[in-house]
Ligand binder design. Structure first.
Ligand code: FE2
Length: 258
């Protein structure tokens, strides 16, 4: 859950035609959900086969010293090229996701799973790439790698996964996650699969304040990159309204320790 949101930022960034269009989508979400449910039913037998193995490159391991110093790190060339190509080629249709329910997080999300899911949900099983990615994020070797990046002798395990797609005007208000106040360690990876990036591209922003006035980093390249951050670090995250005609395809994975 998002905490520590600025009322002033919300008032300033929920005005205008694009935000009004998003309000309409939110109001229509029950009808959109029903329509997408029908599309999923029509496409239920369609499997997305593939051959690429999920490999997350050494760029991840190489960011460890930066992460341990700053509690965030930007990683380029996150996935091996063949897996990234296949991930893009079988990127799910929007009908697999839920429409936004609030202006605070106004993008489509879905294809989620949590640590409690012993078996992958049925909609994930249709996608070779998402099954590969799940196996990779949950394996012992990746736990070791991500714990090494975090430092401080933690033992992090993948706790949840979510896939996202933005539209014009989509945004996430600058916030902290409620887990910020928990005593256990946590690290989030936001993986960017595709998008134009650049100015108003929907790149994740990490900021010292909750109005994006004192920005530490903003992801610009959204094609096969990732931004990692320590959920317990003293900064905020979110992204600014996505510009007209731009999109971002992304996934997040949360890692927690005891
Ligand atoms: Fe968050």
């Amino acid at each position: 859950m998002a905490i520590d949101i600025s009322d002033r930022y919300v008032a300033e960034h929920t005005r205008g035609a694009t935000q009004t269009a998003l309000r309409t989508i939110i109001a229509l979400s029950p009808a959109i959900l029903a329509y997408r449910r029908a599309l999923r039913w029509l496409n239920q037998g369609r499997a997305h086969e593939g051959s690429a193995k999920c490999r997350i490159t050494e760029a991840l391991d190489n960011c460890a010293s930066h992460f341990q110093q700053h509690r965030w790190a930007l990683v380029e060339n996150f996935f091996a090229d063949d897996f990234h190509r296949e991930l893009i080629s079988q990127w799910p249709g929007r009908y697999e996701l839920k429409p936004p329910r609030t202006l605070a997080k106004s993008y489509d999300t879905g294809l989620s799973w949590g640590a409690g899911n012993a078996e992958p949900p049925r909609n994930i099983r249709k996608y070779h790439t998402l099954m590969q990615l799940r196996a990779c994020l949950c394996c012992v070797d990746f736990s070791r790698r991500i714990s090494h990046v975090h430092g401080r002798s933690v033992n992090l395990q993948c706790n949840s996964f979510l896939l996202h797609m933005t539209r014009s005007g989509s945004q996430v208000f600058p916030h902290r996650d409620s887990y910020y106040r928990a005593k256990h360690p946590a690290l989030n990876i936001l993986m960017f699969a595709d998008g134009q990036g650049g100015q108003n591209g929907g790149g994740l922003v990490i900021s010292r304040d909750n109005e994006f006035k004192d920005i530490i980093v903003e992801a610009q390249n959204l094609r096969n990159s990732a931004l990692l951050y320590d959920v317990k670090a003293d900064f905020f995250h979110g992204f600014r309204p996505v510009g007209k005609g731009k999109f971002r395809w992304s996934m997040s994975a949360e890692f927690k320790g005891k």
